[in-house]
Design a protein around this ligand. Structure first.
Ligand code: TMP
Length: 212
């Protein structure tokens, strides 16, 4: 970690992995240690990027959303978020904890939508202004388990991604596992089927080691 700059932590994983709860619990832990934390998410994190989130997650019955369009919407939202929120917060020495970041693009638009990874890598880096997360937690679990959780908590129905078939979500999971294997220093795989307290304990331990 660059000591002059803030700490940038991202959470990734398939649907229903429990990322949001872990983001909150980690922020509470770091705040108690006296660190100033910003919690944010992708797609989203600014008013404009949240508008793009609505568009990209919605069903558009009159026309298909092409994978290329979906990729560019994700990157447009990211660029706005990175420049408006993430980079200024890191420059001010704050810790940024982000629920999804560019590894989701690699897994969803690269793995599951099958868009070329070299294009995705270039766009990820461009939209992130070259900034990489310092630490990424991959909350891994079988999609069947994730959907069981989503079913029990959501009444408003599935968004465009949740509505994809189980094979799509298996491909997403495998793409995340593959990218974690390629960057073991940055991407830590967490068994998201464990109970919430066990998981948060594992995450704290890893973060505390990085901060030391
Ligand atoms: P979520 O934040 O509720 O998980 O919803 C975000 C959805 O958007 C989720 O299905 C994953 C998807 N997504 C992508 O396909 N590519 C991306 O780059 C990001 C950040 C999210």
């Amino acid at each position: 970690m660059d000591k002059k700059n803030g700490f940038f932590i991202t959470f990734e994983g398939p649907e229903g992995a429990g990322k949001s709860s872990q983001v909150r619990m980690l922020a509470e832990h770091l705040t108690a240690l006296g660190m100033e934390c910003i919690l944010t998410r992708e797609p989203g994190g600014t008013p404009l990027a949240e508008d793009i989130r609505q568009v990209v997650k919605s069903h558009h019955s009159s026309e298909p959303v092409h994978p290329e369009t979906e990729l560019l919407l994700m990157e447009a939202a990211r660029s706005q978020h990175v420049h408006e929120v993430i980079l200024p917060a890191l420059a001010a020495g704050k810790t940024v904890i982000c629920d999804r970041f560019y590894d989701s693009t690699t897994a969803y638009q690269g793995g599951a939508r099958n868009l070329p990874l070299d294009t995705i890598n270039i766009l990820n880096s461009f939209a992130a202004a070259g900034r990489k997360p310092d630490l990424t937690f991959l909350m891994d679990l079988p999609p069947e388990v994730g959907f069981e959780r989503i079913r029990s908590r959501e009444s408003e129905g599935y968004d465009r991604f949740e509505n994809e078939n189980i094979q799509f979500h298996r491909t997403v999971r495998q793409a995340f596992i593959d990218l974690a294997a390629g960057e073991p220093e940055r991407v830590k795989v967490i068994d998201a089927t464990a109970d919430i307290a066990t998981i948060s304990g594992q995450i704290r331990k890893i973060v505390d080691e990085h901060l030391r």
